[in-house]
Design a protein around this ligand. Structure first.
Ligand code: NAD
Ligand code: ZN
Length: 243
């Protein structure tokens, strides 16, 4: 921990890369730890364009359930710690695979959302995008302009990432000298290229996760534990290094 904090405090262009695990302690389940009702489905059966084409009602019921969980969720100490690191001038940005918007809610200012945001919808007919403030009511929701079927404006398996977000992530990763990887299995591509690109460009990689991840092979440091316990301790250590 001390060593990671020292390297982080000394870095010039540190970036965080986060996944579902960072929100687990906010009560938003990861895909693998999927809750109750939805346990009998694999995410690949719900979060794909094919699934939506086959059964938009089913996919929307799942997203409505997730929207309700996220609506009730607050940022946890891990999100707050990352926002604090940005305020301290230590962290340049958070690149996230999460769609829950909790980094921004925690006060992080530069957030790159690789997989979109669950609080936006897009019309499958006219292509317009709209923000939504609350979980959807009637299922499936319809476009207020053309009446077309709306879909969540998130990236499903097999779909390309939003170009702007991807390019920003690439540029951050190529110039990062430290990458803090938190709560991601590292198994979802192309997102998982980001820490690998950072590593190739010389960044020190620190992985925070209670389990094994597919990025452990590039980790210079591995801190095993829950994000909401580890990150606040890390911030305290970083503060000590800065004074
Ligand atoms: P994943 O479910 O594949 O992996 C989650 C990782 O988090 C695992 O390595 C697990 O060990 C770790 N983890 C579990 N509890 C943790 C904790 N308390 N602290 C730290 N780590 C913890 O998630 P992924 O790698 O993000 O990839 C799956 C895809 O699922 C992503 O594309 C993402 O968009 C999507 N997703 C997003 C959310 C969200 O927005 N909150 C939730 C579920 C899935
Ligand atoms: Zn429309």
């Amino acid at each position: 921990m001390e060593e990671v904090a020292r390297a982080l405090a000394a870095s010039k262009s540190a970036v965080a890369f986060t996944g579902a695990g960072v929100s687990a302690e906010s009560g938003v389940p990861t895909f693998r730890g999927a809750g109750g009702l939805w346990e009998r489905y694999r995410p690949e059966e719900l979060a794909t364009p094919e699934a939506f084409e086959r059964d938009p009602d089913l996919v929307w019921r799942w997203y409505k359930w997730r929207q309700e969980l996220i609506y009730a969720a607050d940022p946890n100490p891990a999100h707050l710690a990352l926002a604090e690191l940005e305020r301290l001038g230590v962290l340049k940005a958070v690149i996230t695979q999460n769609v829950d918007g909790l980094h921004r809610k925690a006060g992080s200012r530069r957030v790159v959302e690789l997989h979109g945001n669950i609080w936006r919808v897009r019309c499958t007919s006219c292509g317009r995008e709209f923000p939504v403030e609350k979980p959807v009511g009637e299922i499936p929701p319809r476009c207020p302009i053309c009446g077309g079927l709306l879909r969540p404006a998130v990236v499903w398996f097999g779909e390309p990432l939003p170009r702007g977000a991807w390019e920003e992530a690439l540029s951050l990763a190529s110039s990062a000298d430290f990458m803090l990887v938190v709560g991601t299995s590292g198994a979802v591509y192309p997102a998982a290229h980001i820490p690998r690109i950072a590593k190739r460009n010389g960044a020190v990689i620190a992985v925070v996760d209670p389990g094994e991840t597919a990025l452990d092979d590039i980790a210079d440091f591995k801190i095993r534990g829950k994000a909401a316990e580890i990150l606040p301790r890390l911030v305290a250590e970083v503060r000590r290094c800065l004074t």
